[in-house]
Structures are given as structure tokens and as C-alpha cells.
Design a protein around this ligand. Structure first.
Ligand SMILES: Nc1ncnc2c1ncn2[C@@H]1O[C@H](COP(=O)(O)OP(=O)(O)O)[C@@H](O)[C@H]1O
Ligand SMILES: [Mg+2]
Length: 252
């Protein structure tokens, strides 16, 4: 399968102040396996960018490298005007990158409230009422309000995903990075998650980098990048996402 270069939309040129995240020339290896190949990707401020591609192409590897969990062999990652390549995951979180990993990773033996409060750790300064959960969290995810004293592990998959996103929002990020938030989740909850993410963008103005397979959610993004064998092979506005691209890169 080959795609012509024309599938990659001409890069829009953004001024530095318009860019939240800029990945350029990124190469990542697992041992000797070359996983990411010269990846370039831009998340403009206030926009949602979706990364699509079939299983095993390197989407999670890219997000982990952005978060500092994997070290690139070369290339650069600029967040909010500064290179973050040498920084620890913790520093990146404190600079304002919230991450919801694939598979959610909430803490099953902590309560919902305790899981949420962990989100404050990503802030450089804690709010005055650091034992309280802000009302905005419950406006986004009403289901969590009634479950604060439940164990995280007792929640359904969809509820755990909402908890994981809520926890990331507790850190007050400027960029929210979501890895397949609707994977294995029932359709009604998928819509709740979509709605919450859109509302987060509308109310806070933060930027979102989303890995997603669910077409309806992909279409909520402003722009997409399609990945194949560790390289970006197509990109553009989601309003122009063709059926051909959808069939090639989404498991629909
Ligand atoms: N810890 C690891 N060690 C070695 N290879 C890995 C590791 N994690 C993922 N891979 C390989 O890297 C490639 C990309 O994986 P991944 O980024 O998880 O893909 P995706 O998220 O697109 O499904 C796959 O071929 C996968 O087998
Ligand atoms: Mg993945």
C-alpha cells in the first residue's frame, strides 16, 4: 500500500505563538527496532488534533515520547515555545501536558476522590482547597460525583476512563494527550466522553492531541495525521477526511 505525497496536506505555517506542540524529525527505537521515522506533527493552540492509524504503527510510542517516557534517538519536541526533549515526564506534566495513557491506568485501590486528588500533583502550585474537587469536574463528568468514595477498580470501564480524563484535567494542563479513550467502551459512554472533551476545549481553550479509532470522535478534531509503519503518511483538515483515508487508517 502506498500513498502519494499529495495525501500529506501542505504544512500550514503557524507563527510560533500559535503553536502549542511541535514535533519535528522524531526517530524512536525499541532496541534495534526503528519504530518512529522522521515524525513531524503540530498541535496549534486551542485545537484538537487526531492521530489515526492501525494497531502497531507507533501511535502510543509517539505519545510516550512526547510525555518523556521514551527517549528519541533524534528529533525535537517543542512545547509552548521551549524544547522539552531532555526533561523528565514529571517536568513535562508540570509544564502543562496532561496525559491519559492507553488502558487508563487509574489506581484501583484508591477511591475515586483519591484518584482525582492525585491530579493536583501535576500542578506547580496547589489550589487553596486542595482537598476539594472543583465543580467543573462534576459538570464535565456528573457520574463521578455520586462515586467519590467508591474504589477506582469498582468502576466500569467507561467510568474509569472518565475518571482518568478528569484526573488529568485536575492538573490544569494546557495540552491534553489522550490515547484511545474510547477503546473497549460502550457506545453511550463514548458520546459522553466526546462531549466532555469538546466541552473542555470550549471552556478552557486547551489543546488536545487524541489517538482515536472511533470515526465520530475523530471527526470532532480540527486536523488529523495518519500514521503507517511509524511515519506520517497523510494529514489535513478532518472536514476533508476522505473515505479512502478512513478505510486505510481506521479499523472500521
Ligand atoms: N516495549 C516495547 N518493546 C519493543 N517493541 C515494542 C514495545 N512497545 C511497542 N513495541 C512495538 O512498537 C510498535 C509500535 O507500537 P505502538 O506504539 O504501541 O503502536 P500503536 O499504539 O499504534 O498500536 C509495534 O510494532 C510494537 O510491537
Ligand atoms: Mg496504542
Amino acid at each position: 500500500m502506498t500513498l502519494t505525497n499529495s495525501a500529506i496536506a501542505p504544512e500550514i505555517s503557524y507563527s510560533a505563538s500559535e503553536v502549542m506542540l511541535q514535533v519535528s524529525g522524531l526517530n524512536v527505537y525499541y532496541g534495534e527496532s526503528h519504530i518512529l521515522r522522521n515524525v513531524d506533527l503540530t498541535v496549534p493552540r486551542g485545537q484538537m488534533v487526531c492521530l489515526i492509524g492501525r494497531n502497531g504503527v507507533g501511535k502510543t510510542t509517539l505519545l510516550k515520547t512526547i510525555m518523556g517516557l521514551l527517549k528519541p534517538r533524534n528529533g525535537n519536541i517543542v512545547f509552548d515555545g521551549r524544547s522539552i526533549v531532555g526533561l523528565s515526564p514529571d517536568r513535562r506534566a508540570r509544564l502543562g501536558i496532561g496525559y491519559v495513557p492507553q488502558g487508563r491506568e487509574i489506581i484501583p485501590r484508591l477511591t475515586v476522590k483519591e484518584n482525582l486528588l492525585l491530579g493536583y500533583e501535576a500542578r506547580t502550585s496547589k489550589p487553596r482547597n486542595a482537598q476539594d474537587i472543583p465543580d467543573e469536574i462534576f459538570e464535565l463528568f456528573p457520574v463521578l460525583k455520586t462515586m467519590l468514595s467508591r474504589m477506582g477498580g469498582d468502576l466500569s470501564g467507561g467510568q474509569q476512563q472518565q475518571l482518568a480524563i478528569a484526573r488529568a484535567i485536575m492538573g490544569n494542563p494546557q495540552l491534553l494527550v489522550l490515547d484511545e479513550p474510547t477503546e473497549g467502551i460502550q457506545p453511550s459512554i463514548i458520546l459522553d466522553i466526546e462531549t466532555a472533551v469538546r466541552r473542555i476545549i470550549a471552556t478552557t481553550g486547551i489543546s488536545v492531541l487524541l489517538v482515536e479509532q472511533h470515526l465520530h470522535f475523530v471527526r470532532q478534531a480540527d486536523r488529523y495525521y495518519a500514521m503507517q509503519k511509524g511515519g506520517i503518511v497523510a494529514s489535513g483538515a478532518t472536514s476533508e477526511l476522505s473515505n479512502e483515508i478512513v478505510q486505510r487508517f481506521l479499523a472500521v
